[in-house]
Design a protein around this ligand. Sequence first.
Ligand code: ASP
Length: 474
Amino acid sequence: MKKISLHNQIFLAMIIGLVFGMGLNLFSDPENIFRIHAIWWMDLVGRDIFIGGLKMIIAPLILASIITGITTLPKAEALGQIGGKMALYYVGTTSVAVAIGITLILIIQPGTRDASKEVRAKREAELQEYRTAFQAEKGLDPVVEANRPAYLAYLAEADGASVASSTFNTNFDHMKTTEGVGPGTLIKNQLISPMLTNPFQSLASANTLGIIFFAVLVGLACLVLGEITAPVVNLFVAMNEIIMKITLWIMMLSPIAIACLMGSTMATLGFDALASLAWYSATILLALTIHSVFIVSLVSYLAKVTPGFFIRGIRDAWMVAFSTASSAATLPVTLHCVTTKLDVSDEVADFSLPVGATVNMDGSALHEAVAIMFLIQLYGGVDDVPVVLTIANTLIIAVTAVIASAGVAAIPSAGLVAMAIIANTVGLPLHYIFLVLAMDRILDMCRTATNVMGDAAGAVVVNYWERQRRERSA
Ligand code: ASP
């Protein structure tokens, strides 16, 4: 019998999981004992074992692969050249992603559609009640300008309290830590501090920026010191091989694990979540699709590969990214695909992919910008949202989205924190973000797949440029 290839198995698994999960969601109630057990088992296989296994190897993988990548470079200057090209490519493509998202949201205007008008009307009615309650409790007229700060504080407390009672408690607390953060503090907290952390602490807490920075330093030092560091270099080269082997073993589990992940996600969320914000979701999905087409065209143009070759090469990683919603968990698979199917050299892949998975987030940047613009379109001008969309605001959102996405952790839902940062920058109260949370998981799956595609494309392009440079200098 002909063996079904891994990507077809994964694809089939996604469909089976989707259908099974939707079936559970539609035809059983949440208390149903079969449903509860089914979700428990699916979570065990998909999240605890499969994602857990991938997460287990991320920290050592990043350390070993970056040191291996750098030490196989001919000279330290080559790192500067590869690094410079990567930075250019990453910032360029992330900016394009944000521009596509912003253009579409301005054209489609999901925040002014009928469904959104209903949501706004509900909020306005709620605010009307708050105004009456405020006047009754405090004896102050909320419409009078002098009473405005007290009224806003009252609203924040009331909304904060109602939000805190929901299941999103932890997310909210996390988002709160970004309140009042300006661009300088943002760079310090999100980039500089994590980079300069004790490496053992970084490894233990999977602080990828910290691991990357330390690994680059170790790699560079080995390159500069030469012969004497050979034992260390050999150790990391061997460790890299070992981890790639473990990745392959974990990947053997991927079809069944992915069916479980899809099944449990669909059974828990259902399509209702998506339907209530249909226009907003459609805008994001369309923008992500256009960006993916752009990336595939760009990679074909810049690296002279056919779109079919590139898509076939990354499809396994793309599907794993989609079902795990984590670029970091997908990293071992991305590395495998890019080096074995897309002919990218180990040294470029080993260096560029861990960095890409950590800082290059095209899909996340696009999603964050669109989400904040949508919320402003929808709520702009109500009592506690003193912002409307202007050219200046749009530019601020775009630039902050590009910067903040670099600090987003490569794990599920991490983009919400960046969303909170942008909201703060333009003055949108955090509790409004909760409207878009309902479907964050599903959209996260899509943006993560786009993130991983962008990383792989970056590796292919930088690899091509590097090869050309070597041929020129040979
Ligand atoms: N889940 C995304 C990733 O891992 C990050 C995000 O939440 O935007 O790439």
